[in-house]
Design a protein around this ligand. Structure first.
Ligand code: GRF
Length: 213
């Protein structure tokens, strides 16, 4: 069985979507860098092992990442899933889990990396927006793309309405990506290429994998 530790910082709706989708993933622990994170309370109620590592109590980014890596490794997971985890990792952390850390980002990468994506999308006037599940590499919001989901940007959209529409996509594509890993169908090609065996271009506004076989 494929196992994971899920890292969160807040609401935890992606964690919840991952659990409720019944992908076959075994969630061994939920770790938050913020005490009192809403998602942590939900995970506790659901009976998951939870842990808080408050980044503010560590002197350096390196010290926090070392403690977090040790906590993650203590659960010996196959995957580390970032689900609204709002910390930037040191390269040292990422190198301890090569090709095993996945992130969900609320934009169609490589467009709009970083924060406040919905506001920036509206300001830029782009007409298509979405979300991306990618493998985490040392560069921020970079790394091989596993799946993307797209939504239209409507003329009457606000930051909030756009965020809500994109979140609906996030809740579909993250479980789908994880299911592919659970089923052992994900291959890494040259460069940033991810291939998913047996998957064509998806339905329900899902786009990717690139070069489906
Ligand atoms: C999501 O939009 C995710 O893409 C971003 O932060 C938000 C977290 O939401 N990185 P939640 O905590 O999963 O509800």
């Amino acid at each position: 069985m494929t196992s994971a530790v899920v890292l969160i910082s807040g609401r935890g709706s992606n964690l919840r979507a991952l659990v409720e989708a019944r992908t076959g993933l075994e969630v061994r622990a939920v770790v938050s860098n913020r005490p009192g994170a809403e998602g942590l309370e939900w995970a506790e109620r659901e009976g998951f092992a939870t842990r808080v590592l408050d980044h503010r109590t560590f002197a350096t980014r390196e010290a926090f990442d070392a403690a977090l890596a040790a906590e993650v490794e203590s659960h010996a997971p196959d995957l580390v899933l970032l689900a609204g985890f709002m910390r930037i990792f040191t390269a040292a952390f990422i190198q301890r889990f090569p090709r095993r850390i996945l992130n969900i980002h609320p934009s169609l990468l490589p467009s709009f990396p970083g924060l406040h994506t919905h506001r920036r999308v509206l300001e830029a006037g782009v007409k298509v927006h979405g979300a991306t599940v990618h493998v985490v590499t040392p560069a921020l919001d970079d790394g091989p793309i596993v799946i993307q989901g797209a939504v239209p940007v409507l003329q009457e959209d606000t930051e909030e309405s756009l965020a809500e529409r994109v979140l609906g996509v996030e809740h579909r594509i993250y479980p789908q990506a994880v299911r592919w890993f659970v089923e052992g169908r994900v291959d890494f090609g040259a460069g940033a290429l991810v291939r998913v065996r047996g998957a064509g271009v998806g339905t329900d506004s899902m786009v990717s994998p690139r070069n489906p076989s």
